[in-house]
Design a protein around this ligand. Structure first.
Ligand code: PLP
Length: 285
């Protein structure tokens, strides 16, 4: 596999980043994951705009322009022959060759830019998307700036492990009695014609897939209600699902052992998945 590091395309075995890089020492970095379907980048623009926002919230300089970044994405998709999969991008504050809580001088320290691809054949009709996934609920113990897409992913990773131990696929995070989001996705319930999901704030990541799916839901005459909901309300809903760049719209069929609706993927989740895949491939670049 060819990867990209700070201006160079290299075989993955030759790519190097300093051990003093602040992402390695302090999780001082942000990332984006852009999916590739049919060889096209899905919602590149949305991911780029969110990257700019994450960087600006943390005072990390933009490592290159939008056009350069698009070119790097396209080149990696091309050389690695990615038909379906993803491009992972990470920007870190870099390092001045020492460990210090104080940020290094931005005049002399350049951000680190790394990109690589992952091939995911068959991702569009995975078994999980046909059968739905089972989730458990756990307390949301993450920091309070979840709107910034940082590489601090230890708690979400622990959450997935807790889910696996419980024989499930993922965890929904709960704070003050209400679901915030999934470990790596936004969470929704469906009641009648209504799609219900938590409103945007610093409590959740502003999903790029979320924005697209809510727009498609409205265009398909579904009602969208942005508000908090509890696990009890979710267990009693007609349907549940999650969204993310790599799972698109993924039906949830069980929450903490309780079946949702008939315990199979719901009609609205299935419809939104179809629309999302069709429309975003059409708009892909
Ligand atoms: N919420 C969290 C915590 C995430 O990590 C992710 C994606 O990684 C999402 C939501 C979904 O965001 P997107 O649709 O932009 O992939």
């Amino acid at each position: 596999r060819t990867v990209y590091v700070n201006g160079e395309y290299l075989p993955e075995t030759e790519a190097k980043v300093s051990i003093f890089d602040r992402a390695f020492l302090m999780a001082d970095g942000v990332y984006e994951v852009t999916s590739v379907l049919d060889g096209k980048l899905i919602d590149f623009e949305g991911h780029f705009v969110r990257l700019q926002r994450s960087l600006s919230e943390l005072d990390i300089a933009e490592p290159c322009t939008r056009d350069e970044l698009l070119e790097i994405h396209r080149e990696l998709v091309r050389v690695n022959e990615i038909h379906d999969g993803l491009v992972y991008l990470q920007v870190t504050r870099g390092s001045d060759g020492d460990r210090d809580f104080v940020f290094p001088n931005p005049e002399t320290t350049k951000p680190t830019l790394v990109l690589f691809t992952q091939s995911k054949p068959g991702i569009m009709d995975s078994a999980a998307s046909k059968n739905g996934i089972k989730v458990i609920s756990i307390e949301d113990l993450r920091w309070h700036r979840r709107d910034i897409k940082t590489v601090q992913l230890l708690y979400p990773s622990m959450g997935k492990m807790m889910a696996k131990k419980a024989g499930c696929d993922d965890a929904w995070l709960v704070e003050d009695g209400f679901v915030t989001e999934g470990t790596s996705n936004n969470a929704y319930i469906v009641k009648g014609n209504k799609i219900i999901t938590r409103a945007l704030s610093n409590d959740i990541l502003h999903g790029i897939t979320r924005a697209a799916v809510l727009r498609f839901a409205q265009e398909a005459q579904m009602e969208v209600e942005e508000r908090n909901f509890t696990i009890a309300e979710a267990q009693d809903a007609d349907e549940a699902f999650v969204t993310s760049a790599t799972t698109f719209v993924m039906p949830v069929v069980e929450i903490d052992g309780a079946k949702i609706g008939d315990g199979v993927p719901g009609a609205k989740a299935k419809r939104l998945r179809e629309i999302y895949l069709e429309e975003s491939i059409k708009a892909g670049v």
